[in-house]
Structures are given as structure tokens and as C-alpha cells.
Design a protein around this ligand. Sequence first.
Ligand SMILES: [Zn+2]
Length: 653
Amino acid sequence: MEVWFPDLKTLFLPESLELAPEILSELLEQEKRNFYAKLEISDDKISFETFQDSSILDYYFGILEHYQGVHSDDTIRKIIEDFEPKYIDFWNEISYSQRYFEMLKICLKSWGLDLEETRIITKSIEWFEVRGIDLSQEKQTQLKNISKKLSELSQNFSNNVVDSKKEFEYNIEDESIISEMPDDDKQAAKDRAIKKNISWYLFDASQGAYMSIMKYCSDSQVRKHFYEFRHKVATTWKHDNSPIILEILKLRHEKAQLLGFNNYAELSLKFKMAESPEQVIELFSDISNKAQSKSKAELDEIRDYFDITDLQIWDLSYYANILRKKKYALDDRELKKYFEFEAVLQWMFEITKKLYGIEVKKIDQESYNQDVSIYEVYKDGTFISYFFTDYFYNELKRPGAWANILREKFEENKKITLNVCNFQKSENGQTLLTLSDVETMFHEFGHATHEMLSRSKYSELSGFHVEWDFVELPSQLLENWCRDSSGMRIFAKHIETWEWVPEEMFLKLEQLENFGSWEFVITQNTYAMMDMWLHSITPPSSVQELEDFVNKNYDDNASFVRGEVYSPHTSFTHIFDGWYAAGYYSYMWAEIIEKEVWKAFKDSWDIFSPEVAEKFHDMVLSAGTIKKASELFRDFFWRDVEISAFLSEKGLA
Ligand SMILES: [Zn+2]
């Protein structure tokens, strides 16, 4: 087969990048000309094909964006920053093009569209509709004004959080109270102090510093101080987010109603798997009740073990951490010796071969750095996609891990999926991964398989385009095979002794995973419920009303007595300056549905059950978004989402 993988090495040479701005401008002009020409097509000539042109601009810009992700130096950043606004402007022009919208509607009515084509056109029409294209000129203007105001308010919200956090710092002089803290964390606190020209250890309001204090600082009063600050961020007169929240909620509600929805939560769920705010609230209330009863037992265990009668919320992480270490002492350095990078990678490919019948073959092609590997992926002997990996940390790479598509269109075998991670590479050859690295590797490959295995010939219906509360299903699901003892038994061999992971270690890992799981579940749940309720009700009209609401939500869902200081909403950037408004539930939702599928494998007594794997492949994975996610789920289970599998996997049943 002819290799049709782009020569990324050449594309990213300085002399090539020098030409990038000009190429981008030309491609954009070309794209605009094509678009305006399309608008001139007469009604009787409109067909499905009218909307099916692959964009070289998207492809080229995607490649450059990838490079920015893995090698973010000034050159590439400037290229992207200069071009992006022009690109967005053009997109906005398209999304308010009345003629284009009309054309889509004509196409939908035309004769002979098959199911997939109908779904693609319907989805496009809906996308235009929620942007308000169908509204009167007056209402459109209103909508645009709301959007503008909302983006200003969100920006102010975030600024207040940042500025408010900046005002916090805490100097610890008594080293004995942080003696249990890991050296890295202490060093970070020391570095902070040096920067400010003071002695001792300086802690700020960053997530890392906060977690470190809550887990390792032995002084309860210090923990209390941090906890209380954390729960009053952006509440002072100087940086007060409460009035901003009231305004945001009001405007979102107005926006939803302009677009014909009862409230903002309904608008948000329009493109998600969850069918209504009520469905989410009902399932999450059940989880909340179960987690609360589990919490009582574990809290009692902590009180008994340390003989504390008055356990406060800021004491919890500290004592839980000590207990966890005492009960399940697990040597992370020893565990790593079972996860040699190359071996784990080969076994991951082996596992997905067993499950989905895909074969991954490395090809010999140079790329932009030595750590990049390029593969061809086959299913039942047929090429389905290129897959390339850029697994190791370098200082110019964006933190985290992700899966992406470089080229979507199927024709001529050109699809490219990729995984990027930030694993620490060993200098002396053999790289050992932590269990969490292994999970990340499986997770991202799960995303990649969702895309590679999509059977529709249209990229609009592939795995990466599903509802976003459904998109984590294949990735989180695949993680189970590296964590489950029968999965881990296949690949995890000690690098020196060649022994399997001992039974006792498995047991500890399993118990460790569920220890304190209720705390995480309750916290996530309380946030998710606050978010969903706030966007479902008539917006509160005063700060007092808002506070009463937030407090009641805590009392209904949490298991600890609320502290005097409690204001989590004023720093909740996920929903007030982010994409998660009436969508915070999706983190846990993804886990709920993933545990359901995993349970189907476990119930068959074989985590490689060919029947279950085939059913999952055919009905969910390869279906991409040919149907709505809720329908795919029903095809697989013959029922709606339930929480029993989630509860039992989390040890909360
Ligand atoms: Zn993911």
C-alpha cells in the first residue's frame, strides 16, 4: 500500500513554517471563494454533495495546531494567534448565513437522502438553529448582545477568582508541621518563598499547594485556614462574584427562552446524551443517598482509628491519607517495575486485537522528533487508519494527554488518529510507567479506537463527533483492562524477576481504589447538582436567595456538616467561565455508563468475551454518531441508564 502519511518533519522545518502564514491566508481566500460560489447554486441543483467538500485549510491548520500542542515555541504560537481570529470571523459569517441555512433545509426535503445523510443535514440545521438563525432580526440582535455580555461577565468572573487567589499566601515557619509532606511539595514552597525574598515555606492558593496542606500538614488550625479561604474566594467587596453570577444566570435564562427552551439546562442538554435535567437530577440523587450512607461507615472508622470525637471537614484528607498508607501500604516504585513502556504498549495493542480485532503495525517513517512512532491500523485485514504517537514529555509540550484526528476524511485510506502523552522517558533505555501512566495510555487509545473503527463513510458521524457526555465511554472503558487483575495478569511482568504481579498487590490496588471513593463522589455530585439546579430554576433574584440555594444544595447532598464559611459557587469557573454550564454532571455520567458496559463484560465471566466485545463494537463503538447516544445505549442494553453498576464498582452499593 502506498504510504500517505504527511511528511511532518519537513512541514515543521523553520523554512516551511516561514511560509505558513501566507499558505493559510491563501487557503482561507480559496475557502471563502468556494463558500460564496456555493451560495449561488440554484435551489434545483442542491444535493447532499453540495455540503460535502473536504477542506485543505482545516487539514493544514489542524497539523499546525498539533505542532503547537507538542512544540509550543514563539514561532508556531504567533502563526496560530495571528490566523485564528480571521478563521473564527469566517466561521461566524457562515453560521449567520441565511442562504446557507435555507440550502440545508432544501436539501433535507429533497428526495433520496439515506439515514446517515439525513442525520448529517439534520444535525447541521440544529446547529444553526441554536445560534438563533430562525429568529427575527430584533431577537437575533438581542441574542448577540446577550452573548457579548455573557462573555464579558465570564471574563470578569475569572479575573475575580484569579485576583482574589493572588491575595492569599501563608508562610510556615515551623517545619515540624509539614514534616510528612513530600520533598517536591516542600521544595516548591521553598522556591516560592525565595522568589519573594522571605525565609521558610510559602504556600499560595494554587490547587497543588492546597492539596498538599490538606493532606500533609499536621496542624488542624492551618488546614482550617486554607479550607476557609478556599471557600470564600471572590466574595470580598473588591472581587465579588455573587452579583456577576446573578447576572450570568439571568442572561442564560433569557437566551434559552429566546431560543424556545424552558431554561438553560434544557438548551445545554439539547446536544448531549442525557435527555432531561430531571433524568440527571433523579439519578444523581440516588447516588448521593448511597454515598452518604457509605460515608458514615468510613468516617466512623477514621474517628475510631485516631480516637477523634470532633472530626472537622478540613481534617478529613489528612487523616484519610494516613489511614490509607497504614492499611494499604503500596510501594509505587516497586509497582512501576511491572510496567515497562514497550511491553505495556505491545500488550495494549494485543488487548484491543482480542477485543476489537484490530492490528497495529509500525511503519518506518521519520517525523518531527525521534519519539514519534507511526502505525498502520487494520481491521480484519483492511486498512482503517494511520495512528501516530508522541508519548514522551518535553518542555515545549502542553501538559496532559489527548487524542486527536489529523485527517478525517475516509477516502483513499487517509484517516489519521493520534495520541499525545507526557510520560517521563528514562535516560538509560528502559522506561517504567506508573499505573496512572498506563491508565492514561489505555484511555487515549480508547478514544483513538472510537475514531478509527467508525464505520460511516462520513467523518461527521465518526466517534469524535458524539455527544460530549458520551465521548468518554470507549476511553474510560478501555482503562478497565489494565486495572482489572485478569487484564493486568496478561501483561504486567516484573522487569527483573519476570514474575507476575503478586496476589496481595492486586488486592491492595483494588481496595485502594475504593477507599474514600464516597468523598469524591459526594463532592462531584454536590457540584453537579448545584450546576444543574441553578440552570433549571427561575434564576435567583438576590444574593441572599442565591446563597440560600447553594447552602440547601450542600445540606441535601453532602455528608459533613457545612462549615461556617461556604461559597463554592463564587469560584466555580467550570460553569461560570467554561463549557460546563449545566454540563458538570458529564464527568460522572461518563463513568456511570462506562461501568455499565464493563459490568456486561464481567457478568459474562470473561473480560474478553467475544460476544460482548462484538456487540459493543457493532452497536456502540463502530456506530460513532450514526444515531443519538441515548439510542445506541438502548440498542446495547434495551433500557435506559441505571446507576447500579456504578455503585457496585465504586464500592457504594
Ligand atoms: Zn478522555
